[in-house]
Every structure is written in structure tokens, then in C-alpha cells.
Design a protein around this ligand. Structure first.
Ligand SMILES: CC(C)(COP(=O)(O)OP(=O)(O)OC[C@H]1O[C@@H](n2cnc3c(N)ncnc32)[C@H](O)[C@@H]1OP(=O)(O)O)[C@@H](O)C(=O)NCCC(=O)NCCS
Length: 174
């Protein structure tokens, strides 16, 4: 398993996940709306100083999921983390591997102080995952999204650089 930049050959597997029934329930954004053209443009876009996206791939170089650092803010030393793995890759340890790889980049290569994320309160699996990784909940935006005519709270989590090494040791030794 490894992280590499997204490639055009990943688009079929990305689309199959984005257009699935499960994905429709999870995200605030409706990924079903994204076309092949949109996803191809995203996969072909190059990483920049402010935004990096990586594909996590298996030993056959097949796409499993995407992990990103967005809105990298060097002045305030923080970045937003995002992750999405295909159903078939969930529960395999791949998301954990990809998360610690990108946090390594954030804290040890870019020397950022803080990595944060937001998640719908209804996304119980992702919340359990973030807590397992060691992210700390720091806030809640009440009724922030409307999905299927229901308002949903948005939770905010973060990890500080000083917490990273300890979390890594704790989680990866299990
Ligand atoms: C979020 C995501 C990256 C986590 O990766 P994963 O491989 O599924 O995570 P893991 O299996 O390692 O961990 C999930 C944990 O949630 C638990 N879990 C699963 N379903 C759950 C539920 N309904 N309620 C509570 N906990 C749940 C699992 O038991 C596991 O905990 P454990 O390892 O202590 O047993 C992945 O599920 C994913 O990409 N989901 C779809 C996209 C998404 O939700 N992205 C986040 C948007 S903010």
C-alpha cells in the first residue's frame, strides 16, 4: 500500500464510490452530482502549496481512497484534513495507514501546528475513526446542514503537533 498523486486511471473507481448509495448518505455534498468530467479534472489537477490530494493504492496500484490536506495556511500553521475511502477498503486498515502518512507530512514535513476537520454528526463510523486516530472534538455547529429535509449538526475535530507522535505510537502499536 502507498500514497501517490491521483491519476486519470483512478477515475472509474472514484466515480463508482462517489455515485454509490452509501456515499449519498454520508456527505454534506451530493457526490452523485459530480460528472466524469468533474472527477477527471480533479484527478488531473496538480498538488499546490495550499492543497494536496493523494490516492491510497494497493500493491496492484488500484485506487482505494483519497486523503487530502486543504487550505494549508502557513501563517497560522494549520490545514484541513479530509478522507474518503471506497466501501471495499473500509475496515481494512488502509484509511489508518493513509491518515498517518498525511499527518506525518503535515506535522513533520510542513511543520504545521494543527490539523482540523469537520464531519456530519450522523457519520458515526467516521467519528469513531477520528477519535481512534486521536483527533479531539473541539466544537459543534448546530443545525449547520440540511439533508433530506432534516437539519444536521457539524462537528469539528483537531490534532496538535505536540499530540501527533503519542497518537501515532498508541494507534499503530495496536
Ligand atoms: C471514515 C473512513 C475514512 C474510516 O475508515 P475505515 O477504514 O472505515 O475506519 P476503521 O474501520 O479503521 O474504523 C472505524 C471505526 O468505526 C467503528 N464503526 C463502524 N460503524 C460504526 C457506527 N455505525 N457507529 C459507531 N462506530 C462505528 C468501527 O468498529 C471502527 O472502530 P474499531 O476499529 O475500534 O472497531 C471510511 O469509513 C470512509 O472513507 N468513509 C466514507 C467517507 C467518509 O465518511 N469520510 C469522512 C467524511 S467527514
Amino acid at each position: 500500500m502507498k500514497l501517490r498523486e491521483l491519476e486519470e486511471k483512478d477515475v472509474d473507481r472514484m466515480l463508482s464510490w462517489m455515485h454509490s448509495k452509501e456515499s449519498k448518505e454520508i456527505f454534506a455534498k451530493d457526490f452523485n452530482r459530480y460528472t466524469r468530467e468533474d472527477v477527471t479534472k480533479f484527478a488531473k489537477s496538480k498538488n499546490t502549496d495550499e492543497n494536496v490530494n493523494y490516492a491510497c493504492v494497493n500493491d496492484d496500484d488500484e485506487y482505494l481512497g483519497t486523503v487530502s490536506l486543504k487550505n494549508i495556511d502557513y501563517e497560522n500553521s494549520n490545514a484541513e484534513y479530509a478522507i474518503s475511502f471506497m466501501k471495499e477498503a473500509q475496515g481494512t486498515g488502509a484509511a489508518l495507514f493513509a491518515t498517518f502518512e498525511i499527518l506525518e507530512k503535515a506535522f513533520n514535513e510542513l511543520k504545521l501546528n494543527k490539523v482540523y476537520l469537520d464531519v456530519l454528526k450522523t457519520n458515526k463510523r467516521a467519528i469513531a475513526f477520528y477519535k481512534k486516530v486521536g483527533f479531539i472534538q473541539e466544537g459543534e455547529f448546530r443545525n449547520h446542514f440540511k439533508k433530506n429535509d432534516k437539519f444536521i449538526d457539524l462537528l469539528w475535530f483537531s490534532m496538535l503537533q505536540e499530540e501527533f507522535e503519542e497518537n501515532k505510537v498508541k494507534v499503530l502499536k495496536k
